[in-house]
Design a protein. Structure first.
Lengths: 228, 228
DNA sequence: GCACGCAGGATTGTATACGAACTTGAGTTC
DNA sequence: GAACTCAAGTTCGTATACAATCCTGCGTGC
């Protein structure tokens, strides 16, 4: 409990910290996020915690159930499809723009991102690797200089992390970094069309690596399953 | 002050009511949204008002300035470009999907929407007409059965309303309904490719009807203009 | 013995009180 | 007379208190 006592938390920083934890699967889908619990952990009052949870619920990372509390969201199969369809609409064209605006600093930033991801994987820190791999995508949107689209993509990628937690099938481990390397090459050559194409197939590969058969809905809890 | 006293307001309904008012230009960009003022108007406490303002700030319809208060957002020229670029990424393909899933009920719903818009225009209720014309776009996303994308589009369209308030140039009044009529025909024929194309040019027309030369930044207030 | 009801405990929803920051305008000084 | 200082007033930021709702487990009645 060192970092919690020292820092001056605001609703924004708390929300970011929680989102980070969710993204890294330290807070798996369905986890109850009690207000008192969080307030004590961060050393703040429930007011700030509520604002943070509200923010996360707007990004659909947290589900607020009235008089029941806040829970880390559990995307349905349908949600999963929608998230990746939205990403397919936004990311390829954004990668295209990014390739054309790419500076050398941007390139080295992306390169170091991939390097960190490798480190994390080698150290067995899968959550951290997943987070970094998401950051790679957000960084591309930043480079494309589209803050609005960047916000959407950032939300979609955090949600993707939840989807991966629920629907990832074991096979095919690190095809991820391969695709990112290929994208980096396209960026280095400022080849927008290629980057767009690579991003498109990267996203398709991602969806293909999920198990989205409707039968395997997350069991979560009986009461929820039998709600109606 | 009749509707305010009777209804049982929640943060969601308050936020929706404010968003509606912003969308209809009853609350123009830059309007100060004092917490006490709103709390009294709706007959609730500041707690609910704050939650509503927080929600609107997440949708970038309201700008929260620390220790200063909440103001209806004033999108910059850059924001305006970004919003319409994002719409260009999302809406044409969404219209394509919508055309393919269109039911007869959906069609009549869209038709009645256009009719209401005409009524509003004839009655001189420009704000209401603008709101309805936005609803037309959101409805398309709903028909495409993409709730995630629908959320994004809904946000973008509300922001577009602010942009129109700031940057609309007088000429070319109601080309709007014309484009919507053409879209409706494409939908009626379940012609996805045509709907996609029409939506694309509709959005281009919209941008073209704006005055986005950087020189004419909104003057808002002197103190803001001279901030640095 | 099973099911229903009810009460106690826990958790969230809302309101309010208090403290902090900013704005504003008058007063003072140079 | 102009500019600076400071204090009063206003508005937001945070914490806390109380009310409402829900969950849980025990008791009672059939």
């Amino acid at each position: 409990m060192n970092k919690f006592e020292t820092k001056h938390w605001t609703s924004d920083t708390v929300a970011a910290d929680l989102e980070h934890a969710i993204h890294e699967h330290r807070l798996p889908p369905g986890t109850k996020l009690g207000e008192d619990e969080l307030a004590e952990a961060y050393g703040i009052s429930r007011t700030i915690v509520r604002a943070a949870l509200l923010a996360l619920s707007h990004r659909r990372l947290v589900e607020l159930k009235r008089n029941r509390g806040a829970f880390v969201a559990q995307p349905t199969v349908r949600d999963a499809r929608e998230v990746f369809e939205a990403r397919a609409l936004l990311e390829p064209r954004t990668a295209h723009s990014a390739a054309e605006r790419m500076t050398d600093e941007d390139l080295s930033l992306l390169r170091s991102n991939i390097a960190s991801e490798h480190e994390a994987l080698d150290a067995g820190e899968n959550g951290r690797a997943l987070f970094l791999s998401g950051q790679f995508h957000v960084e591309i949107a930043r480079i494309a200089d589209q803050t609005t689209v960047q916000g959407f993509i950032s939300e979609l990628i955090s949600r993707s992390s939840l989807i991966i937690a629920l629907y990832w099938r074991r096979r095919a481990a690190l095809c991820e970094t391969q695709a990112h390397h290929a994208l980096l090459d396209a960026f280095a050559n400022r080849d927008g069309a290629l980057a767009e194409q690579l991003m498109k197939s990267h996203l398709l590969d991602l969806v293909a690596s999920l198990d989205l058969r409707n039968v395997t809905q997350p069991p979560t809890s009986l009461r929820e399953a039998l709600k109606r």
